[in-house]
Ligand binder design. Structure first.
Ligand SMILES: Cc1ncc(COP(=O)(O)O)c(C=O)c1O
Length: 453
């Protein structure tokens, strides 16, 4: 519960992301002092189970001693070094470690700071790759419901109207195929009769525009920010095969789902495919420090191999590129992932987690329960039969998440979708707490807000 003590803090200079100002006045941010595994602890000692891995980055839990020590050791050496003509030892070591956990075809690693910048770089690489081959391919194809970050290039390939519509008016909007949104299938298929017809829309776009398309960018297996829309691997396979057929580069945005979240180390593995370009971030440093990478196949990098007369240079680089502190956190994270055999070692836990979700079946308000790996979501509706959305003015999920927080559970719904993306180290006992508490606050919120519907 927002505690009285919080008001002793001054929030007047803060602009909180993804937050309505009035809500932050009513419920000022909770000041967190410590982290311990899946728990974060506020200035009053109150504990909250971090069911969203602090925006999906904390895959091994907060304040993990192994990662903390790695960063500490690096702090005694050097905090940052320019990555041009020089490189820090952890950044160099990390490139080999990333290479070793990725499919062997992905060979060249370009660092940046976060998911959005990894995507910007992927888009630039794809465009320049074609330019270096004397082809002009100025357009990208992406998917409705897609999210690739908040910078302008990344937004141009995103299509969640409340985030993107305004900016699409001003800045270039790309081509969009249907969302693989199984619960509300855009082509009215059911899971039983689906032959990936939603991707006919992608085929139509590729047929018409393929010569102009620099790349197809997608979130493999789960469209995250729009509400954890899990889709079948056969759809992902069709995306790959259509891109191959029409000779279009693939960019897999593994920013959210990479590093084991879906039950495979990288989500593309579900389709048995390797993208031409892959973006990784979030879990890469275990959530310690901002760091991302855009990784490409060698045939792409081949076009950038030139001397000073060739203009074969990627003129891109952020000041903190290859930061050694972040890289040391990432090296330690990959060491842990490897030594802990993630994701294989969490299969039983994932199974337990999925079984627990059945408790939500009894709720009329829960229209869809979807899950893949250590990621699950409940889409709430006003009416199960018609799938009618909840009235916006009910503020249902906002009220629900405040109730959860009051009980020590950090939930952060995406619209009417409540989701769980806890650190992989969560125990079965903590899964019980997460699911049971959500079930209780769901019932309470129904009693309070929706009687009668
Ligand atoms: C699939 C995907 N790509 C890119 C991003 C952007 O990452 P960042 O917020 O680190 O810029 C996100 C963020 O949620 C994401 O989910």
């Amino acid at each position: 519960m927002p505690s009285a003590e919080k008001s002793s803090y001054n929030f007047d200079n803060l602009w909180m992301p993804f937050s309505y100002y009035r809500d932050t006045l009513e419920n000022p941010p909770i000041v967190i002092e410590k982290g311990e595994g899946v728990w974060i602890i506020d200035n009053q000692g109150k504990r909250y189970l971090d069911a969203v891995g602090s925006w999906w980055v904390s895959i091994l839990g907060h304040n993990h001693p192994y990662i903390t020590n790695a960063v500490r050791r690096q702090l005694d050496k050097i905090e940052h070094v320019i990555m041009a003509g020089f490189i820090s030892e952890p950044s160099l070591r990390l490139s080999e470690m990333i290479k070793n956990i990725l499919p062997s075809e992905l060979t060249r690693i370009f660092y940046s700071d976060d998911g959005s910048t990894a995507v910007e770089i992927a888009l630039k690489i794809a465009m320049q790759y074609h330019a270096l081959r004397s082809e002009t391919r100025p357009v990208f194809v992406s998917f409705e419901g897609g999210y690739h970050g908040d910078t302008l290039g990344a937004m141009s390939v995103g299509m969640i109207p409340q985030y993107h519509a305004l900016f699409h008016q001003q800045f270039k909007k790309q081509l969009f195929a249907h969302s693989p949104y199984c619960y509300r299938c855009p082509v009215n298929c059911t899971p039983e009769n689906c032959h990936c017809e939603c991707m006919d829309s992608l085929e139509r776009i590729l047929q018409e525009h393929n010569k102009n398309i620099a790349a197809c960018i997608f979130e493999p297996m789960v469209q995250g920010a729009v509400g954890m829309r899990v889709y079948p691997s056969k759809v992902l396979k069709r995306i790959f095969s259509l891109c191959k057929q029409y000779n279009v580069l693939t960019i897999a945005d593994e920013v959210a789902m990479g590093f084991g979240r879906t039950g495979k180390l990288f989500a593309c593995e579900h389709a048995g495919e390797v993208p031409d370009i892959m973006c990784i971030a979030k879990g890469l440093t275990g959530g310690y420090l901002p760091l991302s990478a855009t990784v490409v196949k060698e045939f792409i990098f081949d076009e950038f191999k030139g001397d000073y007369k060739s203009n074969r240079i990627l003129n891109h680089g952020h000041t903190f590129t290859g930061n050694p502190l972040a890289a040391s956190a990432a090296c330690a994270t990959i060491e842990l992932i490897t030594s802990m055999h993630i994701p294989q070692s969490i299969e039983t836990k994932i199974h337990y987690f999925h079984e627990k979700l059945s408790v939500f079946k009894k709720f009329d308000i829960v229209g869809d329960i979807r899950a893949l790996g250590m990621c699950a979501a409940l889409e709430l509706v006003a009416d199960k039969a018609s799938k009618r959305p909840l009235p916006v003015e009910s503020r249902f999920s906002y009220i629900l998440s405040n109730k959860a927080v009051a009980r020590g559970l950090l939930l952060r719904p995406l619209g009417d979708t409540i989701y769980f993306m806890p650190p992989f180290i969560i125990t079965e006992k903590d899964i019980d707490f997460m699911i049971d508490t959500t079930s209780e606050v769901l019932q309470e919120t129904i009693n309070e807000c929706l009687t009668p519907l």
